[in-house]
Design a protein around this ligand. Structure first.
Ligand SMILES: Nc1ncnc2c1ncn2[C@@H]1O[C@H](COP(=O)(O)OP(=O)(O)OP(=O)(O)O)[C@@H](O)[C@H]1O
Ligand SMILES: [Mg+2]
Length: 380
């Protein structure tokens, strides 16, 4: 059975209200936050063990887990963030009682996920990130402990030993001397230690597996996330060219914020609250957002020209290729048109047929990773 046969009917991604994948939950709006109920009792934990292959997208901003349920896919999302508070017995017990996701280390309590955001706003501070620009954050000493804790709480142990799990990794950055090997190895080792059989997939490739089923997994997949943009050119599901650039939604927030004298968090809130790139900007923040979205799309288009233009292994395609855009940064209306315009400014060695936007941009990477995990599982 090929990958295509698995999802002939085109699965729909249902976004669930929290991470308890085995338990029916109300579907939620894509941007609605997932309520954290992640310190359940031992008994609860046993009944919610994971069955079947998993796709997991470990991003700079979000972690998304996808699993099959019949013909559909269930996906859940958590914030990839933490916040520390001083350790005390009473606080630890209170957090446990409230079922807040945390762990203890070096006299500190590390609050994880969406709860970290709530603590940060209550205590007046910023959440901290275990992943920055797509890779384990070298500026955070505890980034490895935090990412391991988040993953363990999120997926727990598999029922069957060596259950397939496919996790997304970024392409090598072309604009920063960094390697994905360390990041990939740490996550792989941790998933193995939990009892899974881990398989890494390039993030852009995952987008292609999710969105280009109808085109034989041939085309260009671009995931525009919080920390970076990941690009993959695939021919019949073979990733021919992969790379990343270190600009994404965080860059837009920071640059607009510093240009108009506002906090990046404020810019982010405006951007995520129905901001529309297809209409004229109404204030300084919206003008800034237009300018830095243009900047990001232009950088992306130029990177395609540079990387594809200098690659020796681009196949001769008999037909023009589609480009599919995904990731939270393409959520505003008008992204497709902005990118189309940016592409007219460059010359690519391949002809583009159309630009598509993923059906659920925040979930496509996890869905593609799940497709990979299921395929690997069925080949045994
Ligand atoms: N409705 C929205 N409108 C605009 N931007 C949004 C919206 N929702 C989320 N975003 C932005 O999407 C980004 C997060 O997207 P995503 O979850 O795809 O990133 P990630 O996978 O965590 O990061 P990366 O792939 O870069 O490692 C953030 O910059 C966030 O501000
Ligand atoms: Mg991503």
């Amino acid at each position: 059975m090929g990958i295509k046969d698995l999802f002939k009917s085109g699965p729909s991604v249902e976004v669930m209200g929290d991470r308890d994948i085995d338990v029916p939950a109300e579907p939620i709006n894509e941007n609605q936050k997932i309520v954290d109920r992640l310190m359940p009792s031992r008994k609860k934990e046993e009944t919610r063990s994971i069955k079947g292959p998993i796709g997991i997208d470990i991003g700079t901003v979000n972690i998304v887990v996808a699993q099959s349920r019949g013909k559909d896919i269930k996906a859940v999302r958590q914030l990839n963030a933490f916040f520390t508070i001083p350790y005390s017995n009473i606080t630890r017990k209170t957090l446990s009682r409230d079922e807040i996701m945390f762990f203890e280390k070096n006299e500190k309590l590390y609050i994880l996920g969406y709860s970290a955001e709530e603590f940060a706003s209550t205590f007046g501070g910023d959440t901290r990130k275990p992943v920055e620009s797509g890779l384990l954050n070298p500026k955070e000493r505890e980034s490895i402990s935090v990412i391991k804790a988040l993953i363990s709480r999120f997926i727990r142990e598999p029922v069957k030993n060596n259950e397939k799990i496919c996790f997304s990794v970024p392409g090598e950055p072309i604009d920063r001397p960094a390697s994905v090997i360390f990041h990939e190895s740490i996550i792989k080792m941790h998933l193995k230690s939990l009892g899974y059989y881990p398989i890494a997939i390039n993030e852009g490739m995952a987008v292609i597996l999710s969105e280009l089923t109808g085109n034989n997994f041939t085309g260009i997949g671009i995931s525009m996330g919080g920390g970076m943009c990941n690009v993959c050119l695939s021919y019949l599901s073979v990733p021919v060219v992969t790379y990343s650039i270190q600009k994404g939604g965080d860059y837009i927030d920071k640059m607009v914020g510093s240009s108009v004298g506002e906090m990046a968090a404020k810019v982010k809130a405006v951007k995520e609250d129905g901001f529309d790139l297809s209409i004229e900007p109404r204030d300084r923040i919206e003008i800034g957002l237009h300018i830095f979205y243009d900047d990001l799309f232009s950088t992306l288009a130029q990177s395609l020209q540079q990387v594809l233009g200098s690659s020796d292994n681009i196949p001769r395609f008999s037909k023009p290729l589609p480009i599919v855009l995904s990731g939270g940064t393409v959520m505003p209306r008008g992204c497709k048109e902005k990118f189309e315009k940016a592409l007219t400014e460059v010359r690519l060695p391949v002809t583009i047929s159309e630009i598509l936007v993923a059906e659920k941009p925040l979930f496509a990477t996890a869905k593609g990773a799940l497709t990979m995990a299921i395929t690997e599982d069925s080949e045994i």
